[in-house]
Design a protein around this ligand. Structure first.
Ligand code: UD1
Ligand code: UDP
Length: 364
């Protein structure tokens, strides 16, 4: 079978690496849209993870949602027409995901979505639009949890749905020990295991709203331990625009984004993590690091139900309090599979394509 994967943003490089390994000898064309282009948001992942260099980089870069998504659609359409894959595989919920989904659907190529069925139920979040639209034009929907399957069923989507687990769990298990043995990030940044809080912020709702960003900075500044803060470039830009960098006390150690191995090491060694990331909430759960999520809702509600994650919004007091409190965690459930998600995805793709090759596929 011939699979064309579309990636473009940091978390998608992480999700694509176990899948690309599991694809083995199948033909795999990897397309990078260029949504992320800074070395620390893109190249570093290809350098340290066993993922092949992209076959194509569309170099689309930043812009408004319309400009970015529109350019991707136009460029991807040419690539998909030229490559004529059996399946277009998309990951997560970024503009790169939506653009590839539109191209797959319009070209009548089989479309498969990894991380299907997740919802924040907040339509003001750009990713929510991307998820809903992608799910509703996918032929194969790889759901990470039972709840995601139920959510899809609630929206009338039942055909082609496979509960496979979370592919980022595969990714994490593949690098966790290597990160513990090889990463020198704690020495480099001058922090000790268990004696710091890790923070990440990049969500549009937090970076584009000065009041929310100021409250987050205040909460982190009052944290009970030093804070290591590898900041996304849009967050640095927002802090500069709001003159917020000057407000960061010495206890908040602002650094550039780090590579995946170093990030996993930082998350593993952290006493707590404060984040608005989707991926980081789950990775924290897998690594037994309590998580304080600076949002009002989450797509990964099972981590909250299990007591490992708490939603605090952009409220300085709640951030500070929750970074300082004990988390009463009991036995840990395993809602997102067993770390063999990529293999399940490839088996399901293979079976579907064997059963109905592209030319015979009957499309809904
Ligand atoms: C995107 C995704 C988000 C995902 C995140 C992962 C969308 C709508 N958002 O958000 O779902 O969680 O990636 O990190 O697809 N920039 C740089 N260098 C880069 C890339 C971006 O400086 O390499 C700056 C630019 O000023 C750009 C801004 O960051 O305008 C936002 O980038 P963009 O890709 O639009 O969204 P992210 O915030 O990265
Ligand atoms: N990550 C990383 N370096 C960093 C911050 C995050 O490698 O400095 C990884 C992290 O381990 C996770 C992914 O990037 O796998 C999450 O990306 P992000 O938070 O940007 O996006 P989201 O998951 O919210 O879409």
């Amino acid at each position: 079978m011939k699979v064309l994967s579309v990636v473009g943003a940091r978390p998608q490089f992480v999700k694509a690496f176990p899948v690309s390994e599991a694809l083995g000898t199948h033909e795999h064309v990897l397309v990078h849209t260029g949504q992320h282009y800074d070395r620390e948001l893109s190249d570093v992942f290809f350098e340290e993870l066993p993922i092949p260099e992209p076959d194509v980089n569309l170099g689309v870069g930043s812009g408004t949602h319309a400009e970015q998504t529109g350019s991707m659609v136009a460029e991807l359409d040419t690539v998909v027409a030229r490559e004529s894959p059996d399946v277009v595989l998309v990951y997560g919920d970024t503009n790169s995901t939506l653009a590839a989904a539109l191209v797959g659907a319009k070209r009548d190529v089989r479309l498969a979505h990894v991380e299907a069925g997740l919802r924040s139920d907040n339509r003001a979040m750009p990713e929510e639009i991307n998820r809903v639209l992608t799910d509703h034009c996918s032929d194969l929907l790889f759901a990470p949890s039972e709840r995601a399957v139920e959510t899809l069923a609630g929206e009338g989507v039942t055909e082609g749905v496979h509960e496979v687990g979370d592919v980022t769990y595969d990714a994490l298990l593949a690098v966790r020990d290597r990160a513990r043995d090889r990463s020198r990030v704690l020495d480099r940044l001058g922090h000790d295991d268990g004696e710091y809080i890790l923070a990440t912020v990049h969500r549009a709702a937090n970076t584009e709203d000065e009041q929310r960003l100021a409250a987050i900075v205040e909460g982190l500044a009052d944290a009970p331990l030093p804070v290591v803060f590898p900041a996304h470039p849009r967050t640095i830009a927002a802090l500069k625009a709001a003159d917020g960098i000057g407000d960061l006390p010495e206890s908040v150690h602002l650094v550039d984004p780090v590579g995946y191995l170093d990030f996993v090491r930082l998350l593993d060694g952290a006493e707590r993590v404060a984040t608005d990331s989707g991926g980081v909430q789950k990775e924290a759960f897998y690594l037994d690091t309590p998580c304080v999520t600076m949002r009002e809702e989450t797509e990964w509600i099972e981590t909250v139900e299990a007591g490992w994650n708490v939603l605090v919004g952009a409220d300085a007091g709640a951030i500070r309090r929750n970074l300082g409190r004990r988390f009463a965690v009991t036995e840990k459930p395993q809602p997102y599979g067993d770390g063999n998600t990529a293999e399940r995805i490839v088996r399901a793709l293979d079976r579907t394509i064997e059963a109905a090759p592209v030319e015979d596929a009957v499309r809904g």
